[in-house]
Design a binder for this molecule. Structure first.
Ligand SMILES: Nc1ncnc2c1ncn2[C@@H]1O[C@H](COP(=O)(O)OP(=O)(O)OP(=O)(O)O)[C@@H](O)[C@H]1O
Ligand SMILES: [Mg+2]
Length: 259
């Protein structure tokens, strides 16, 4: 790939206790590409997103953003929907969104309306003034998504963003997210355990091996865009794509369980 936005070339990432979480991992991501990352639990998916966000240093290889090594947190460019709940518990849903608007230097007079609009978009229009503790897990997840949308960064890192949602809400939020993405084609790195979701949303899906994770395969998703979740699931290419992905991943999950 010429001029990838994000490029990992043979990177190794280790934790201070000496554990190697990712080994000799290579991946190029073009600007505007929607890339899925799947792999068995503990293979290093979150660790990779942390490295792209500048939260984890690489111990070997080269990890670059716009051709320059990533060193330190890339605040303006990268938005990260963490696997863990990252809402500020002492702030309401709207006030959590304000934090992102403030970072983007939106005039304070506009915060209320902007937060209301964004929370409405994720189906939480009636919950703007609730605190995280007063919301369900799925609702908290949607507030986190609202914060990310308010921040509106060029690169979006999402770590199992929709896993906590019920199936129906999930499809609606995924469709909304796809529609938003079509409007501005941000670069997205999307970690999920749900292979159907990966196929429906992504341009390509990277499969990682069992721990320590390395790249096993990159699968191009052969579906048309724009698409909705239902259109993707009923596409004639969908079953074979799912089968390929599932077979490849199952072998790695099997290895993880045998470790
Ligand atoms: N802070 C830490 N210190 C030491 N080891 C860690 C730390 N965080 C994660 N690890 C280890 O690094 C490896 C990769 O972890 P990581 O969280 O990246 O996996 P993952 O692919 O995101 O898994 P999951 O699908 O369960 O979220 C695992 O073996 C894990 O035990
Ligand atoms: Mg993880």
């Amino acid at each position: 790939m010429t001029n990838p936005l994000i490029s990992a070339a043979g990177i190794t990432i280790a934790y201070p206790n000496g554990l190697t979480a990712l080994k000799d991992f290579t991946l190029d991501v073009a600007q505007g590409e929607f890339v899925g990352i799947v792999g068995p639990s503990g293979c290093g998916k979150t660790t990779f997103l942390d490295a792209v966000a500048g939260l984890m240093p690489v111990a070997g290889g080269r990890l670059t953003y716009k051709g320059k090594p990533i060193s330190g947190i890339n605040t303006g460019e990268v938005g990260y929907l963490f696997q863990k709940d990252s809402l500020m518990p002492w702030r309401t849903a709207a006030q959590n969104v304000y934090a992102a608007l403030e970072l983007r230097k939106v005039p304070q007079a506009e915060w209320r309306q902007r937060a209301q609009d964004i929370l409405q978009k994720v189906g939480l229009g009636r919950f703007t003034d609730k605190y995280p503790a007063q919301l369900s897990g799925g609702m908290r997840r949607r507030v986190q998504l609202a914060v990310l949308l308010a921040f509106d960064p060029p690169v979006i890192l999402m770590d199992e963003p929709f896993g906590a949602l019920d199936a129906q809400t999930r499809t609606i939020i995924e469709d909304d997210f796809l529609r938003l993405w079509e409007q501005n084609r941000k670069t997205v790195l999307f970690v999920t355990h749900d292979l159907e979701e990966a196929i429906c949303l992504c341009d390509k899906v990277v499969i990682l091996t069992a721990h320590p994770g390395t790249r096993k395969q990159v699968l191009e998703v052969p579906l048309q865009r724009p698409r909705t979740i239902d259109e993707a699931k009923f596409d004639p290419e969908f079953p074979q794509t799912l089968k390929t992905l599932s077979t490849s991943l199952r072998a790695e999950v099997g290895r993880t369980l045998a470790l």
